[in-house]
Design a protein around this ligand. Structure first.
Ligand code: SF4
Length: 205
């Protein structure tokens, strides 16, 4: 029996942005940097240092490895703040908020911490470098369900090796894989393939 693939927490953000981007990065191992990823790497230098410290009565732990056996998830928390029994994950983003992507990624980190430490982690924060604002995120039942459904979808994608058709929309201009993916070409070739299947063989793909 093929073992179930372990899902990287970082794949959640990629999948929410574009399922094809997720398949290319996490299934095919394609990677390319653009201005956004370079900025992100720079912004993460401090949190990637792995240096822990005490700030205003809290222990601030950096670069903490995370996993959940029950969900088949693995990754790393930028920062975990610990004050008494309170555990508070913090995710660093160099830009601005884009929908629920960062909230889902942070909630996945909380689910891992809960399983690893056998504690409740009800709330965390995302630091957005664009507006230089820290935004609190509550890990509601609905957000937790969304994380789990995205993880299931990513695992299915990894198991089947499915490469979704290019979205070919505004997301592509900002996408780090634009030059690998060639969304204009792949979406047109997919339409031709579909047309040929319907016209010649009488069936859709
Ligand atoms: S270029 Fe567009 S379709 Fe291709 S991976 Fe990026 S966002 Fe998705």
């Amino acid at each position: 029996m093929t073992p179930e693939p372990v899902v990287a927490i970082s794949a959640i953000e990629h999948f929410v942005y574009c399922p094809r981007q997720c398949a290319l990065i996490h299934g095919d191992g394609v990677w390319s940097d653009n201005a956004h990823t370079v900025r992100g790497t720079r912004a993460h230098r401090r949190v990637d240092s792995g240096r822990h410290r005490t700030e205003r009565g809290k222990r601030v732990l950096r670069g903490i490895p995370l996993w959940s056996e029950s969900l088949g998830l693995t990754g790393r928390a930028d920062v975990v703040e610990v004050k008494g029994k309170e555990i508070h994950p913090v995710e660093y983003k160099s830009g601005t908020r884009h929908g629920l992507a960062a909230d889902l990624q942070l909630c996945a980190q909380a689910l891992c911490l809960e399983e690893m430490l056998n504690v409740d982690v009800p709330i965390g924060s995302v630091w957005y470098g664009g507006p230089r604002r820290r935004v609190e995120v509550r890990f509601t039942a609905s957000l937790r369900r969304k994380v789990m459904s995205v993880v299931v979808a990513i695992r299915d994608q990894l198991l089947t090796g499915e490469l979704p058709v290019a979205v070919n929309d505004a997301r592509c201009r900002e996408c780090q894989l634009l030059h690998h993916c060639l969304p204009g070409v792949t979406s047109v070739s997919r339409r031709i393939e579909k047309y040929m299947s319907e016209a010649v063989f009488g069936c859709g793909t």
